[in-house]
Design a protein around this ligand. Structure first.
Ligand code: MG
Ligand code: MG
Length: 653
């Protein structure tokens, strides 16, 4: 199964696109016609360039507004096609994509369309070329793959087949189940595109917002499973029209693209294995159907070399966060941690690194000159430079990440010091995999010279665990992070939300593992003026970093009371918020007044409730959220505008 990508999916000149695509180890490209027309060279030169890079030109696309035309227009279209065939032969491209007609001149006559496509296929056959017919979601007469397939069936020519594109099917909420019944050898090419769910015109949606499988909200896995059950074993390809990709550095886009295919293949491989291995439910009327599906799954697995990476390792929780600082910031941050109730555990044996702990939370302050954490400080000020994810199998987790194209990471360490398998997340944050929750504390302790607690240290505040981290990301990092979290870390995405900051909108999506012990929230600012955007611009080319850290407690009233007694400054919340809370929700007034006294925000869902409060930002970079969850699965997004407005009003002018 060849992996390919359309040149329209990438930024850059055609040569730069091909170099990035080749570097990400694709087998082939789909050549988008405009890329060829504007290419400063001949078809033969392009063919040689692709060949030198080890890339096939597997598809030339698209030929538009071809079929179902009045006779006189059709004759002209055939002449146009012959010229394109000349180009394809010079390129060595064997297949042309014809998309369904959108022209007002077209006639909704399936017989005519089939006859004209037959004629085109006959012309193509003379040159040993093939034609694939694709239903555009906004085609005038043919919008669905089932309609396109009926035309292809009726035309009945061996050089004419069907092209499938997940976007066109799923954007119309059409059911891909019928694909499995189409003979696989009659499907000539398959394009996979995901997209965020949006209520907008399908043409605008298609031209600007498609993204790679695993970055959006369509059910890519079901679609691709149906394709494989049909018996198809041709290209697995990506055709992505996306405004952001057009400006994203194309090397990153190409790696994301390959990662998305590897992830899709591996997920669908597991689905087919489950289908193949499912036991017959005896005495069920559908037993024959099930046996047929099992056989199709067996054949699909045998016929295609679907990628088979190590499974995602189970994750326990976020075991630690490491902050990159200099000496002055280390002292200020350490003082804040102590006020938050953290105990200073000790100093690293060989580095200017200090460990703080409270409950199950570990925070590491790294001011070691020459370290990556320190380099990160030099580039963007104090920030989270690394995090530790707990897992019973750190080697498995690192191998999974490598297989899905994450770079491994090694840090210099002294004799006898702990070595944790680690990888680099998008934007350079290091992710360490640390052994299971119970012994993680002990593991880290080996590297530190433990100190006795000082009598003057502020009291602990009952903070137990890292509930979630929220990333502030540049616009072009959102899809990259979404795919990284899903594919590499095995997290599942929740709903995507738009939140109102006083200076613009924030797009936000939370991801979590099934156990809800690891949660990451991705935020991107659609405006340049929000706090989120300011933080992103401070990180420069890294494209964002952790912008808040939520710490979970069992009794938020006790915790916040102690934080205040320790001198932590929280973001003050408007009295109007609490009046509104009483008006909106059926809550006890004394409870609401207790929240008000401590600037605690509140949300509830059908299942439970969420209490949370925010500290002031440290060095205008990141802040802490104190949370108490009672069977609640979200992030208090309804309160984000209150928090953002309060932060702006509290900020020094
Ligand atoms: Mg397409
Ligand atoms: Mg939060």
């Amino acid at each position: 199964m060849r992996r390919s990508i359309a040149t329209v999916s990438m930024s850059g000149t055609l040569r730069q696109k091909l170099e990035a695509i080749a570097a990400a180890r694709f087998d082939a490209i789909e050549l988008f016609e405009a890329d060829f027309i504007n290419f400063n060279g001949s078809a033969a030169e392009l063919r040689a360039m692709a060949s030198d890079l080890g890339l096939g030109i597997d598809l030339y696309q698209p030929l538009r507004d071809f079929e179902g035309m009045p006779d006189e227009v059709f004759r002209r279209n055939l002449d146009r096609a012959e010229r394109k065939f000349d180009v394809m032969q010079a390129l060595g491209a064997p297949l042309m994509l014809v998309c369904s007609n959108t022209s007002p001149l077209s006639l909704g006559d399936a017989e005519r369309s089939a006859a004209q496509l037959h004629e085109l296929a006959e012309r193509a056959a003379r040159r040993n070329l093939r034609i694939g017919f694709e239903a555009l979601a906004w085609g005038r007469w043919v919008k669905l793959y089932s309609q396109a397939w009926r035309v292809v069936e009726r035309a009945n020519h061996p050089h004419l087949g069907l092209i499938l594109d997940s976007f066109h099917t799923l954007s119309l909420r059409d059911d891909p189940a019928g694909i499995a019944a189409i003979p696989g050898e009659r499907i000539f090419f398959v394009q996979m595109a995901d997209a965020p769910l949006m209520a907008m015109d399908v043409l605008q949606w298609a031209r600007h917002y498609r993204n790679f499988p695993g970055q959006g909200q369509f059910d890519m896995e079901n679609f691709f499973e149906q394709v494989l059950l049909s018996g198809y074993d041709g290209n697995l390809s990506l055709e992505i029209f996306n405004d952001v990709f057009r400006e994203t550095p194309n090397r990153r886009t190409a790696v994301d693209a390959m990662r998305s295919l590897l992830y899709l293949e591996s997920q669908v491989r597991r689905r087919l294995e489950r289908l193949r291995d499912a036991a017959d439910a005896d005495a069920q009327p559908s037993a024959t159907q099930q046996a047929g599906a099992r056989e199709a799954a067996r054949r699909g697995l045998a016929r295609t070399e679907l990628f088979n990476p190590p499974d995602a390792a189970p994750l326990g929780g976020i075991g630690f966060l490491e902050f990159g600082v200099d000496e002055a910031a280390a002292a200020a941050l350490g003082a804040l941690f102590e006020k938050l109730g953290f105990a200073r555990v000790g100093r690293h044996r060989s580095k200017a690194v200090t460990l703080y702990r409270q409950g199950h939370i570990q925070l590491i302050v790294n001011a070691q000159p020459g370290s990556d954490g320190r380099a990160r400080f030099d580039a963007q000020g104090p920030s989270v430079c690394a995090l530790g994810l707990e897992t019973p199998d750190p080697v498995l987790a690192a191998n999974r990440a490598s297989a899905l194209l994450s770079a491994r990471y090694d840090s210099p360490r002294g004799p006898g010091e702990l070595r944790l398998p680690a990888i680099v997340a998008p934007g350079g944050t290091v992710v360490h995999f640390v052994p299971g929750a119970t012994d993680a504390a002990g593991e880290l302790d080996a590297d530190f010279l433990l100190e006795a607690p000082t009598a003057t240290a502020p009291a602990a505040c009952g903070l137990q665990a890292i509930d979630h981290i929220a990333m502030a990301l540049a616009n072009d990092q959102f899809d990259t992070w979404m795919l990284f979290c899903r594919a590499v870390l095995g997290l599942q995405a929740g709903e995507s939300l738009e939140l109102a900051d006083p200076f613009g909108l924030i797009r936000s999506c939370g991801l979590a593992n099934a156990e809800r012990s690891v949660r990451v929230v991705l935020n991107v600012s659609l405006s340049q003026r929000t706090r989120t955007a300011r933080q992103v611009s401070a990180t420069g080319r890294l494209g964002g970093s952790v912008h808040h850290i939520a710490l979970r407690c069992d009794d938020i009233f006790a915790s916040v009371t102690q934080l205040r007694a320790n001198g932590v400054r929280c973001v003050p919340i408007s009295a109007n918020y609490y009046d509104d809370l009483l008006a909106r929700l059926d809550l006890d007034e004394p409870l609401v007044r207790r929240m008000q006294a401590l600037d605690i925000l509140y949300d509830r869902s059908a299942a439970g409730e969420y209490f949370h409060a925010y500290t002031e930002a440290f060095a205008d970079r990141f802040f802490f959220e104190i949370v108490q969850r009672n069977d609640y699965d979200g992030y208090g997004a309804v309160n984000a505008p209150a928090r953002m407005a309060s932060q702006e009003q509290a900020a020094p002018r």
